[in-house]
Design a protein around this ligand. Sequence first.
Ligand SMILES: COc1ccc(C(=O)NC2CCC2)cc1-c1cc(C(C)=O)n2cccnc12
Length: 121
Amino acid sequence: CVLKLKQQKSPLNKLLDHLLRFLEKRDPHQFFAWPVTDDIAPGYSSIITKPMDFSTIRQKMDDSEYSTLTEFTDDFKLMCENAIRYNHVDTVYNKAAKRLLQVGTKHLMPENLIRSLKPLS
Ligand SMILES: COc1ccc(C(=O)NC2CCC2)cc1-c1cc(C(C)=O)n2cccnc12
């Protein structure tokens, strides 16, 4: 029988997995955990042409679709910016997106990123 080689995580994927888990923890209500549907957000798919959510980011990571950290951060920012654009400024979703974007951007800055890299080495 052919043993299925356990897929080793690349160093980049280890970092992305660590960052994704850190960012998901800052979405306690799971507003960003799954794709937004037109049922819960009327007209969403005609307003937001490039939807993004944490489950899609996770799937892309598992399929090794991210070859750089920038591609990962671009999807994270797209997810937050979609929510800031679709939801009015005084909604929980707009506020949560701004907070998440701020926390995420801060921790994706090189001087803070190094902290995430240390335990992985
Ligand atoms: C996966 O998306 C969701 C999942 C669950 C919830 C949710 O639990 N909403 C409850 C808080 C008051 C109803 C909201 C959302 C949600 C995210 C969003 C985003 C991210 O724009 N959204 C916009 C309008 C209406 N609902 C939402």
